[in-house]
Design a protein around this ligand. Structure first.
Ligand SMILES: NC(=O)c1ccc[n+]([C@@H]2O[C@H](COP(=O)([O-])OP(=O)(O)OC[C@H]3O[C@@H](n4cnc5c(N)ncnc54)[C@H](OP(=O)(O)O)[C@@H]3O)[C@@H](O)[C@H]2O)c1
Length: 512
């Protein structure tokens, strides 16, 4: 098994991961002479999947990220990387220089209902003006689906306002309006799957009988590429949906059926309060409360396509809900999840200092070393498998308990799992950690994203000394205040148990 930075081809012991490009059956082919294409939100779920497709079709692609890092270049070989925060107008003016077509995939949902609206409108305003100044030919925006003449959830209303702002400028905009997106790693799919997996009984509020028109991620990516290659879509708005219109209860039923689970559905009577359901959904699923609350609030409003004009221009086979589910389930089972909702950074991203960016050593360090006759490569493989479905070996319950506490206080929790059990790349999430550094056959560095009074890291190192392999686990904490000091000393007695256990389990599981 090998864990390398380049995601194009990861050779594993059991299989070779190759990118399965989706846009091979699009009507027409790549359009020459389009010029430089900018993909915003390239670290996100949609942008991360679209970028390789466009590169594969031979386009000149720039990806816009908030922070420069070597792994972004490795992840999208051939793409130019531009660094910009969309809340900063100057940044955007620089990012949009020389750009012909810009994909707009930005939103701040993770900030929660109170803050995302203002942040999103500001980003859209900045983007519109910066695109005008730079003479961009076209913006393509993937937005939400909903009836403009009806009452909308704050999230959907916000998507519409962003669409209005962008369309109000001099640059022609193509709007693709989508409802729930179903694909491996999508927030909606993971919410549904974890709900069905973790709950036998469902209280069904009235709004769960609202209709939606979910769309498979494959269809979304194809439409995004398709409209780029059909210049006549410029300045137009299209609704995109899957083959089926169905209620949210039916979605749960269909997924339970596919998973072979018997579930019970009981009318919730007067209990219709969506934030309550959003909160419980965040406890039962890996998706954090700011996102579950906003998405569940949107379930009250019908989101079905108002027109099917897109099919005249891009006649695709639309996936049914079950087909989209099956594709997502297959990708998970075969460990081929390309991007995940958790790929985008959490809201406190700005304060996410990397360990090497600290100009000093963190104040508290707990080190554990084990000598082994197994090779450093084998030890590296073993520690790269921590978390997700593999758990944290025998001390799993302690990590889960810490994760549950984090989730109760609206943190990321420990059930985010990992994108893949077999592969790892920088920035992947592993439960409440995020991979900060990965040096093949040597080092795995995880940065804590749970709520805690300081910055924390967990480092695994495999090396040799005097012909003997050495496995080293270091836990670091840089407290922000006195609470961090109390936190460290409270957990110190547990470190002995947790890390002693972990280090022995890793060594035992290392093969060779
Ligand atoms: N996923 C769905 O189910 C769905 C359904 C319908 C429509 N859409 C629309 O599709 C678009 C993309 O969705 P997604 O699921 O790919 O979102 P996502 O995974 O949450 O990614 C959001 C992206 O926005 C970036 N971003 C946020 N604030 C930024 C800022 N101030 N400056 C620069 N970048 C910033 C994030 O970068 P960082 O990594 O730096 O945070 C991240 O790359 C959105 O407009 C969404 O409304 C999505």
């Amino acid at each position: 098994m090998s864990y390398i930075r380049n995601t194009k081809s990861i050779t594993l012991k059991h299989r070779t991961e190759t990118i399965d490009y989706l846009c091979t059956d699009l009507p027409g082919g790549p359009l020459p002479g389009i010029g430089q294409i900018l993909i915003t939100g390239a670290t996100g779920y949609i942008g991360g999947r679209l970028t390789p497709e466009l590169l594969n079709r031979g386009y000149e692609v720039s990806v816009m990220v908030r922070k420069a890092s070597p792994e972004i270049k490795d992840r999208f070989p051939g793409a130019r990387v531009v660094v910009a925060d969309a809340s900063n107008f100057e940044d955007l003016c620089n990012a949009l220089k020389g750009i012909s077509v810009a994909y707009y995939f930005l939103h701040s949902l993770q900030l929660g209902q109170k803050q995302f609206e203002k942040a999103d409108l500001q980003m859209a305003e900045n983007f519109k003006r910066a695109s005008e100044i730079n003479g961009v030919n076209r913006i393509i925006y993937l937005t939400g689906l909903g009836r403009e003449d009806s009452h909308l959830s704050p999230h959907l209303a916000n998507r519409m306002k962003v669409a209005e702002i962008l369309s109000d400028g001099a640059v022609p905009v193509t709007l693709l309006r989508a409802g729930m997106i179903i694909g491996s790693g999508s927030a909606s799919y993971e919410i549904l799957r974890h709900l069905v997996k973790n709950s036998r009984i469902f209280l069904i509020p009235k709004w769960a009988k609202t209709n939606g028109q979910p769309i498979g991620i494959r269809n979304v990516i194809k439409y995004l590429v398709g409209v780029l290659e059909k210049p006549e879509t410029s300045g137009r708005s299209f609704d995109i949906g899957g083959k089926d219109v169905l209620t949210y209860v039916d979605m749960l039923r269909q997924l339970a059926f596919l998973l072979g689970k018997k579930r019970y559905y009981i009318p919730a009577g007067p209990i219709n309060y969506t934030p309550l359901y959003g909160y419980f959904a965040s406890l039962l699923t890996p998706v954090p409360a700011p996102i579950t609350k906003v998405l569940i609030e949107s379930c009250k409003y019908e989101v079905i396509c108002q027109n099917n004009d897109i099919l005249d221009i891009i006649p695709l086979k639309r996936l049914s809900f079950q087909e989209a589910l099956l594709k997502a389930m297959t990708a998970e089972e075969t460990d081929q999840v390309k991007t995940r909702w958790s790929d985008a950074y959490p809201p406190d991203y700005d304060s996410a200092v990397k360990l090497h960016e600290l100009n000093y050593s963190p104040r508290y360090i707990s080190s554990h070393i084990l000598l082994s006759h197994k090779s450093p490569e084998a030890l590296f493989d073993a520690f790269c498998q921590v978390g997700g479905t593999n758990g944290w070996f025998h001390s799993n319950w302690m990590w889960r308990l810490r994760g549950m506490f984090d989730r109760l206080i609206q943190g990321v929790g420990s059930s985010r799992g990992r994108r893949s059990a077999d592969t790892l790349r920088i920035n992947d999430v592993i439960d409440f950690w995020r991979v900060e550094d990965l040096v093949e056959n040597k080092r795995l560095l995880l940065r804590a994203e749970m709520i805690m009074p300081g910055m924390a890291w967990l480092e695994f190192i495999a090396d040799t000394e005097g012909g003997i392999s050495r496995l080293n686990i270091n836990a670091y904490l840089e407290p922000t205040n006195w609470k961090g000091v109390v936190y460290w000393y409270n957990f110190l007695p547990f470190h002995g148990v947790i890390f002693k256990n972990l280090i022995h389990q890793i060594e035992r599981r290392a093969e060779g």
